[in-house]
Design a protein around this ligand. Sequence first.
Ligand code: MRU
Length: 358
Amino acid sequence: MSKESTIKSGELTTISWEEDGVRIIDQTKLPESLEFITCSTYYDIADAIKKLAIRGAPAIGVAAAMGLALCAKKSTGPTKPTLLSDLKTAYQILLSTRPTAINLKWGLDTIMEVALKYDKVEDIKDAVIQSAINLSREDIAINKRLGGYGSELIKDGEVVMTHCNAGALATVSYGTALGVIRSVKQSGKKISVIATETRPVMQGSRLTAFELVHDDIDVSLIPDTAVGHLMANKMIDKVVVGADRILSTGHVYNKIGTYQVALLANSHKIPFYVAAPMSTFDLKNEISSIIIEERSKDEVIKIGDKRIAPAGVKIFNPAFDLTPPELISGIITERGVVYPPFKENIAALFEAKSNIGN
Ligand code: MRU
């Protein structure tokens, strides 16, 4: 894995396929410095996902797909079965990196399906690499379409709250929830954003605030504990968040804290929207089979290197929570906005080609 630094300028591209490997923004270094890592093996990609150098559901889906592409490129297996065997090993290692976001499995499955279609080793390698690159290009186009639909929900001058980072840094570029914000701005409407810090990993302060300041979008940062106060004082018009997994019933898994933001929004009659691509839907599984990732206790015990809790205290650090459909006003996708009743309308969304709910 090699590293390089660069100065802040231009559009943020979280992940890209390059001649010498997969280039990603090292998000552990933000907001102090914008640094890039080049991953030359799928092990490098798996490490980067595990340590949150790359994170956010759509971004890790593309990273996993590119991990398989690196595996194919480097495989010395002379036959289709040996190449497939290498890919299956890489698939398991990449899949085991993080359990909650469905996009990770979606990216891996999409590439494995492509690999199975061809017979010659060189054809499999070319197709797998090209498909991973295509997924990254489509991610940007999808977010721009989704952003356009979401923009229609926001009025000129409104204040939108978001939680965690569902931005360019959580996707290849542009973002889902922040894609909606970017699209509102591009449409000429005025918009202000309230970003929650998002303890304990601080995706809100380190990443959302960083990328909105980078793009010159009005943003104010608040402690997670201030959400109720702002809502009670009519300082928020709408909430838009991303998602890591959406079930067929409209249950949404997203960054820990999303559920309490949704409860507060509901209580203050503030519309609460979820913005996510079709690849975030999981129509197969139910609540009982979804694993909520639990992360290291150090994320809670320390801020940077400074310890903020006593030795011996017990820690519980779930990284995601579940927001039930009754708290959600609409789900913004690249095919349009889905409204309640979600079970019926999500099923229709998957049958229709475009514009469901619009
Ligand atoms: O732990 P993270 O930073 O990967 O969690 C990210 C989130 O929860 C995002 O809100 C979600 O992935 C949507 S990103 C478009």
